[in-house]
Design a protein around this ligand. Structure first.
Ligand SMILES: C[S@@+](CC[C@H](N)C(=O)[O-])C[C@H]1O[C@@H](n2cnc3c(N)ncnc32)[C@H](O)[C@@H]1O
Length: 239
């Protein structure tokens, strides 16, 4: 078992494995946003090819990751596992991938049969190269802070940088009301106050909230619809 979900408010999340928060590959001192080749990351930076982000990227056939202000971001292991499991065991047909980055979550969902995926990021170069034109996948270059959702989705997943997430807290209700399930990555295990603040907000805007602690990542999933609650319960049972 990789991690343990728990009904937040009833018991604390359990830690079963720990790996540092996100991939934080030592930067050359550069500011701005660009994409970097996976191959160059391995050749030029001090990173093991066994790091989780690199392993996931390779497994999914991603060739590029996003670099912002010198920091390389890519798929987080916990969120990747959760989205993989959720889209495998539930009849999720549509997904909105907010802050889609490299497109890893989109690739995972697509592989598991999700038919329509909308990916939103302010930098879409990496995802365009990694995924390109694929039937059922729409790539939108936009700022998530003012992105208008155009339809109801089975699943909305948000994987925003911390400072952006802080500004999106007031939009949680909007995300929950436009989906069967809303999932957000929100921090590392040790950040008790911050994680609790996020959960408290999610609890207020949804009917059911599950919080997952997977390899040190704190991820929450919530719902207010009959289907969403049913699918989350199934995920919880599986876990
Ligand atoms: C943690 S990474 C997401 C990783 C992604 N899930 C993956 O699998 O590669 C955060 C992403 O948020 C994007 N981002 C940051 N600020 C944003 C904003 N205001 N609007 C849209 N995207 C933003 C960055 O470009 C980056 O791709």
């Amino acid at each position: 078992m990789l991690g343990s979900p728990n009904l937040v408010g009833h018991q604390p999340a359990k830690l079963v494995g720990f790996i540092p928060l996100r991939v934080q590959i030592p930067p050359p001192a550069r500011v701005g946003m660009k994409i970097v080749k996976l191959k160059d990351i391995l050749d030029k930076r001090k990173i093991s090819e066994l790091s989780p982000t690199i392993l996931i990227a390779k497994k999914l056939g991603l060739k590029y990751l996003v670099e912002e202000d010198g920091l390389i971001t890519g798929p987080a292991i916990g969120l990747s596992i959760l989205i993989d499991k959720l889209t495998k065991i539930s009849p999720i047909r549509t997904m909105l991938d907010l802050c889609s980055g490299s497109g890893a979550l989109c690739k995972i969902a697509k592989k598991n049969g999700v038919q329509k995926i909308v990916c939103v990021d302010k930098n879409v170069k990496a995802i365009k190269r990694n995924i390109g034109r694929v039937r059922g996948v729409e790539i939108v270059k936009a700022d998530v802070l003012n992105y208008k959702i155009k339809e109801f989705f089975d699943l909305i997943v948000l994987d925003a940088p911390r400072e952006v997430l802080a500004k999106l807290v007031n939009k949680f209700e909007y995300f929950v009301s436009n989906s069967n399930i809303f999932v957000t990555w929100h921090g590392s295990l040790g950040e008790f106050e911050w994680n609790e603040k996020i959960r408290e907000k999610l609890r207020k805007v949804s009917k059911v909230l599950y919080s997952f602690s997977i390899y040190g990542e704190e991820i929450s999933a919530c719902s207010s619809t009959k289907n969403g609650m049913k699918w989350l319960k199934k995920l919880y049972k599986w876990w």
